[in-house]
Design a protein around this ligand. Structure first.
Ligand SMILES: C[S@@+](CC[C@H](N)C(=O)[O-])C[C@H]1O[C@@H](n2cnc3c(N)ncnc32)[C@H](O)[C@@H]1O
Length: 285
């Protein structure tokens, strides 16, 4: 039985919790153990009320109905995913890119287009950081070419990445020259918003890709960033996803994982070159 507490957060009944957590784990890989029930309640409470409903059971009936599957289900997934991200997050990855990978790549392949995929891009800070690093490299190597694809399961974060608008505090760690070269300030000086310049914004292509999909519409990548998303999956799912990501990389391609993610004890064809940086050995297609 669902009840309201004094600050009126609706409580989720066992059956609804089971139904939702099973669906989310099966379809999106995201684990939702019982300890996550209060997180779900606080994130979905408003949704139930805004739809004029009074229980999670009603919400799930709607979400899993024929009409709901096309509209409300995506909104609910948007609410369930955790999208925390930052510019220059885990800076060692970007240092490796600019100091080691890019010079070697350019020496070997010249102007061949480097293909980069940010596979859980959230609100865009990760793919834009990648692009700033690539643009900096291009300043001294004008024949260098690249393309960046960014994907996520949440449409809300993809839209936000596409807009490329951030508050000033979000870009505090970015070097001043990069702020000058890659961001626009509002003409209204009292505004605390900045926007990525169109030249960068328009260069990213976006897709909605679920890492649980059978295969990905992203082949022959040179670099994949898949950071801070596998932590939400269990070990078996993590290994499956890493296998599919590896299959989307070229020989010599690089996979970046988040700081608390690893391929330890997994049977995957990758060579570790740093605690969270892996390479597909040459000779593996
Ligand atoms: C914590 S953010 C990480 C963002 C960025 N990669 C970083 O490290 O800063 C995790 C992102 O993974 C996405 N995500 C969760 N499950 C996913 C799945 N099955 N397929 C694709 N993206 C997923 C979420 O929507 C969220 O935007």
């Amino acid at each position: 039985m669902e009840t309201s507490d004094p600050i009126s957060i609706l409580r989720m009944d066992d059956e609804s919790f089971e139904r939702l957590s099973q669906y989310v784990t099966t379809v999106y890989g995201i684990k939702l153990p019982p300890a996550k029930r209060s997180m779900l309640e606080s994130r979905l409470n408003k949704k139930v009320k805004s739809l004029g409903l009074s229980t999670y059971r009603e919400l799930l009936d709607l979400v899993f109905s024929k009409e709901g599957k096309h509209s409300e289900l995506l909104n609910v997934i948007d609410l369930i995913t955790t999208n925390k991200t930052d510019f220059l997050r885990e800076p060692l990855h970007f240092k490796f890119l600019s100091d080691s990978f890019l010079p070697e790549y350019f020496r070997t392949y010249g102007s061949r287009t480097l293909k980069v995929w940010s596979a859980a891009c959230s609100t865009g800070e990760e793919p834009y950081t990648i692009m700033m690093v690539l643009e900096e490299f291009k300043k001294t190597n004008p024949f260098f070419n690249y393309s960046v694809m960014a994907s996520d399961i949440s449409l809300r974060v993809i839209q936000s990445a596409h807009h490329g608008i951030y508050t000033l505090d979000k870009i505090s760690a970015i070097p001043p020259e990069w702020k000058r070269d890659y961001f626009l300030r509002s003409k209204d000086r009292s505004s605390n918003l900045v926007r990525i310049k169109p030249a960068l914004r328009n260069k990213i292509t976006y897709q909605r890709i679920n890492l649980m999909d059978q295969s990905y519409n992203a082949v022959s990548q040179d670099i994949i960033f898949c950071r801070n998303v596998l932590i939400y999956f269990d070990k078996v799912v993590q290994e499956k996803v890493i296998r599919k990501l590896t299959a989307s990389l070229r020989p010599g391609g690089i996979l970046f994982l988040g700081h608390s993610e690893s391929i330890m004890n997994m049977n995957v064809p990758l060579k570790q070159i740093n605690p969270t940086i892996y390479q597909v050995p040459y000779g593996i297609a």
